[in-house]
Ligand binder design. Structure first.
Ligand code: SF4
Ligand code: SF4
Length: 393
């Protein structure tokens, strides 16, 4: 393996334990090439459907009569996004869509006096407790492996490449997990289900900004980040929160794949967590439920590979990679996000329940085929009208 920009000995030694396989042609990912950015500059992705997709988040495109796509469904989804939108739009005039295409600006200064930290392990435990106080469902901590930072961010005034703007000298990444509402996820695909996504983006914006402010008040730097600045999935895996799966999501022992992740880049002295591989890869090797259920056929069959169908795939990482153009094309046609591959995944369960914890032990054991067989018939779509009926009771 060739040295890559910023790659440290620690990062290299962590790769095997995190299940990462990096090849010689590795390149840091340019955020201009993510499919959401490309929908605004690349004629191979942009269409009347993608324009309609973005307009629907402003209630500007006509809702349909189909169950799950009525004005009420879009109204709830868009209201759920509101806090995230406020954060994202506040510096948009400077080309910074914060939380998506730029890190979130500090709302508070770094305190001039620094709290002494003698025990980084105790500080990590405290940060996890405070993250729960603010509303995060999971918290893990890892080193700032620069390979997973974007090579550049997007200036959204003209969609050109710009510096990510992350300060030098930050050493750690605090990764936060935010559980999505299970009943709403069961209604994918629908605009209604998108309320589960929007609500967690709004939650995570608040949580990540509050936790970052707490760290700055202790006298250390802390940059709050959502989808911007770097790829959160490798940081979540390195921080021990879960394992990478065929549906391109992180499967966690607490919530399966039903999570969103945010992060904080910091120089607060913290002990780091270790990756935990429990056997999700082996389960995905015998399961194709997400690929079978994907309407545009965007998810791969077979073992992990390097490369991908188009420039929206990172180069030089052997992994399961979706065809992002096909995936987003489906989102655009339905005017909402899709997570069918999350809904149908056998790990999409309530692990607070004993019988699901027993299933999880089976799924991560050599008896995984029994666990897959036991999953037959699960993961069916709940009609959005039924969700509204339930909520009206
Ligand atoms: S989000 Fe939907 S379209 Fe995209 S990969 Fe998953 S199932 Fe397929
Ligand atoms: S549906 Fe099956 S193959 Fe897809 S991520 Fe879940 S366990 Fe893995």
């Amino acid at each position: 393996m060739r040295d890559t920009p910023g790659q440290t000995d620690t990062a290299r030694s962590d790769d095997a334990s995190a299940g990462f396989e990096i090849t010689d042609d590795f390149e840091r990912f340019s955020q201009r090439n993510d499919v959401f950015s490309r929908a605004l500059w690349d004629g191979r992705v942009r269409s009347r459907h993608t324009d309609g997709f973005f307009a629907s988040y402003r209630m500007e495109s006509a809702p349909r009569r189909a169950d799950g796509f009525t004005q009420k469904d879009f109204a709830l989804r868009n209201a759920a996004w509101l806090i995230s939108d406020i954060v994202t739009n506040r510096n948009a005039a400077q080309g910074r869509r914060e939380g998506f295409q730029a890190p979130i600006s500090d709302d508070t200064p770094v305190a001039p006096d620094q709290v002494a930290i003698d025990d980084p392990a105790a500080m990590s435990a405290e940060i996890k407790r405070i993250s729960g106080f603010f509303g995060a469902d999971l918290c893990g901590i890892t080193d700032l492996d620069e390979r997973w930072l974007y090579a550049d961010r997007v200036d959204t005034r003209d969609m050109s490449a710009a510096e990510t703007g992350l300060p030098e000298g930050l050493t750690g990444v605090i990764v936060l997990g935010h559980q999505m509402d299970r009943d709403l996820v069961d209604t994918y695909p629908s605009a209604l289900a998108g309320a589960a996504t929007g609500r967690e983006y709004s939650h995570e914006a608040a949580v990540v900004m509050q936790l970052a402010a707490y760290i700055r008040n202790l006298g250390y730097r802390a940059v709050a980040s959502m989808n911007d600045t770097g790829l959160v999935i490798p940081y979540a895996i390195k921080a021990g929160l879960g394992e990478y799966a065929r549906n391109q999501l992180v499967i966690t022992p607490e919530y399966g794949p039903r999570l969103r992740f945010s992060k904080i880049f910091t120089d607060l002295p913290l002990a780091h967590d270790a990756p935990r591989l429990r056997g999700v890869r082996a389960f995905c090797d015998i399961c194709t439920k997400c690929a079978d259920a994907c309407p545009p056929g965007a998810l791969p069959y077979g073992p992990p590979e390097t490369g991908g169908a188009n420039i929206s795939a990172i180069r030089g990482v052997r992994k399961w990679t979706s065809d992002a153009e096909k995936c987003f094309g489906f989102w655009a046609k339905t005017s909402t996000d899709c997570a069918i591959c999350m809904r149908v995944c056998p790990f999409n369960r309530d692990f607070a329940r004993r019988r699901h914890r027993i299933w999880l032990r089976l799924a991560l054991s050599p008896l995984r085929r029994v666990a897959l067989w036991l999953d037959r018939g699960r993961g069916k779509r709940v009609k959005p009208a039924a969700w509204w009926g339930r909520s009206a009771r």
